[in-house]
Ligand binder design. Structure first.
Ligand code: ZN
Length: 410
């Protein structure tokens, strides 16, 4: 008996792998290695003898080519950590066999209801088997679905030598959710020409565009003085920070934008009378749009600071990641092959853009062009996360077809 994609998925989601943005270590949490060790053991059991983990939390393995002709080496990649937004401790997956439609109430917390109105994709799932949590944790389909799908595809390729394919590399990364998923990856050792992250949402989707992303940190130095003697002198840094926030444009926020619109979003504010720090993320699909939003923010800050002549501030921009489309457009076969694989796996391909980043956007700029293929999960980073068995099976099929297509077209 071989494991199904669901068997694997259920095994991985109960291992807590939440990453921690406050930890300077890599992996940021030692517990991610618990899953890494399981994955290495399973890869070796499949027959991938070079499978190994390293001290930074990465897992590497190779499915050797079974043809004589040269085929570009491709890599399938997914991440092992789950988001810091919601707890991943003690996940209790629930399976709804043969979903009949309608809202899904979660058994562990009656407040938690997966509503069709919030999840229109549920309408396409009638008759499928849906996996959720009990409502007290996230599920971790992001991206343990990707792990289970890549693992299962690897098993299919190894067990069926009649399926012709080139060398396929497997890469599982830690700390994607905190933006450090590829910090310590060894691309030389990986030795792939192209890669696919299996970390997207709806079945049939492929994404070749991400946001371009920067962080901005604004530090305000106010004029602190005993409040009893403050008249005409005090400049309260906490209030200056509040003024800046109140003047942000309402139409360039995550809650008011969609599609290809970018935004400026305060992610944190700490402060006292003396000193306040504002953290922002800035997002846009092109670099000019990103720069324009940063200029707008800086101008706004200068305008506020001009009202407080005794105070000062610093404005620091940190590059986070860039839209990978510029790189992927140079290698059109990468997306074309994936579109064909999705079609052969029985779906209508949908090409899209991600309002966020993936490991793939950074990998693309590090020299490993890397679009993102669906993994099938929905409502990421929340206790309402769900995925269906059938969509995971479609992802497995897509990966197997993709391996074949690269060989056929080489
Ligand atoms: Zn993910």
């Amino acid at each position: 008996m071989t494991d199904t994609v669901v068997d694997r998925f259920l095994r991985y989601v109960v291992i807590d792998t939440q990453s921690d943005p406050k930890s300077p270590a890599q992996p940021s949490t030692e517990k991610q290695q618990n899953l890494g060790r399981v994955l290495v053991a399973e890869l070796q059991a499949i027959g991938l003898s070079d499978a190994h983990g390293d001290e930074h939390g990465y897992v590497y393995a190779t499915i050797p080519s079974n043809v004589d002709k040269p085929v570009p080496v491709i890599c399938f990649c997914s991440h092992m950590d789950t988001a810091p937004d919601f707890t991943g401790t003690n996940v209790k997956p629930q399976i709804i066999q043969d979903y009949k439609g309608g809202d899904i109430q979660l058994s562990g917390d009656p407040q938690q209801i997966i509503r069709v109105s919030d999840n229109p994709a549920l309408r396409d799932q009638v008759g499928n088997d849906i996996i959720t949590t009990d409502g007290t944790t996230l599920l971790g389909a992001d991206d343990k679905a990707g792990l289970a799908e890549i693992m299962t595809a690897a098993q299919v390729l190894v067990d069926n030598p009649d399926i012709r394919h080139g060398t396929i590399k497997i890469l599982f990364t830690p700390d994607e959710e905190i933006g450090r998923g590829v910090d310590k990856v060894d691309l030389g050792k990986l030795g792939a020409a192209f890669a696919y992250t299996v970390d997207g949402e709806t079945a049939g989707h492929i994404e070749d565009e991400t946001f371009s992303a920067d962080g901005v940190e604004i530090t305000i130095q106010g004029v602190a003085i005993h409040p009893g003697f403050a008249k005409g002198k005090m400049e309260n840094a906490a209030k200056i920070a509040g003024t800046i926030l109140s003047r942000l444009p309402k139409d360039a926020a995550p809650e008011t934008t969609a599609g290809r619109e970018g935004f400026v979003h305060p992610t944190g504010v700490t402060g006292s009378m003396e000193r306040a720090v504002l953290n922002f993320i800035v997002r846009d699909f092109d670099d000019e749009g990103l720069a324009a939003k940063e200029t707008m923010l800086e101008t706004l800050v200068k305008g506020v600071m001009a009202e407080y002549p005794g105070s000062s501030c610093t404005f620091e921009i940190k590059q986070q990641y860039r839209n990978m489309k510029a790189i992927l457009d140079r290698h059109p076969q990468l997306v074309e092959n994936a579109i064909e694989a999705i079609r052969r796996a029985g779906m209508e391909p949908v090409r899209g853009s991600i309002r966020g980043g993936t490991d793939g956007s950074r990998l693309s700029f590090m020299g490993l062009p890397c679009p993102n293929i669906f993994a099938g999960g929905h409502a990421f980073h929340s206790p309402l996360e769900w995925i269906s068995r059938q969509d995971m099976e479609k992802a497995v099929k897509t990966l197997v077809e993709l391996a074949k297509i690269w060989e056929e077209r080489a």
